[in-house]
Design a protein around this ligand. Structure first.
Ligand SMILES: N[C@@H](CCC(=O)N[C@@H](CS)C(=O)NCC(=O)O)C(=O)O
Length: 206
């Protein structure tokens, strides 16, 4: 399998799941600074010009975080990245969709790329709206996690989505609720997460 990622991007979540599942894969790094996601070579793989992307050989090219996470979990059911219980699966997908579609795409993207949301407006207003979306989303995630060590009790694909939000919040100095902060530290202790960070050339945020 070939896995396309950009260091520090949301692809980190899939990258750590590939490590958790013990998959054999080739990690292909893209540089956003060099706009490699818009190169002809990469657009031939994913015309959407986004990471993460998993080229799963006979199963084809898979895009979109929730779909790839589900696929990776299915590769090794013994690793229990997705629990067998239907309602636990529903809760995992509920959390992942909110994390990616709302908190990431509508919240963090307003902070990092305000021009995507308003070409002629005040970027500070766009960023302020982004901070509110991120804050509300993290508060919901914090309540959902509660005092459990992981989002569904035991580690699952939902924790990978939670991880990227927590990582970005801590990196950018945004308030991170206490239980999410402890969850991030728990994630950083996992060998699979440490392998992912080493490959991406990232140091764990203090
Ligand atoms: N809906 C996509 C979102 C992926 C996404 O926005 N990825 C960002 C990195 S976090 C990206 O590739 N951005 C490159 C760009 O927009 O040029 C998913 O779930 O995978």
């Amino acid at each position: 399998m070939k896995f396309y990622y950009a260091p520090g991007a949301c692809s980190m979540g899939i990258h750590l799941l590939l490590e958790e599942a013990g998959c054999s894969f080739e990690a292909i790094r893209l540089s956003f600074a060099k706009e490699e996601q818009r190169s002809d070579g990469f657009l031939a793989v994913n015309p959407k010009g986004k990471v993460p992307v998993l080229d799963a050989g006979q199963d084809g090219v898979i895009t979109e975080f929730p779909a790839i996470a589900f696929y990776v979990a299915s590769l090794d059911p013994a690793s229990r990245l997705l629990p067998g219980d239907t309602m636990a699966q529903v809760r995992a997908l509920e959390l992942i969709d909110h994390a990616i579609a709302t908190v990431h795409m509508r919240g963090f993207t307003r902070l990092s790329r305000p021009e995507v949301f308003s070409s002629d407006g005040d970027p500070e207003k766009v960023r302020a709206a982004g901070r509110t979306i991120v804050g509300d989303g993290l508060a919901w995630m914090d309540a959902r996690l509660g005092d459990a060590p992981y989002a569904l009790g035991a580690f699952s694909i939902a924790d990978a989505a939670l991880f990227i939000l927590e990582w970005w919040a801590r990196r950018s100095g945004l308030p991170l609720p206490e239980r999410l902060s402890a969850h991030l530290d728990r994630m950083l202790d996992r060998p699979a997460v440490q392998r992912m960070l080493a490959t991406e050339g990232l140091a764990a945020a203090a």
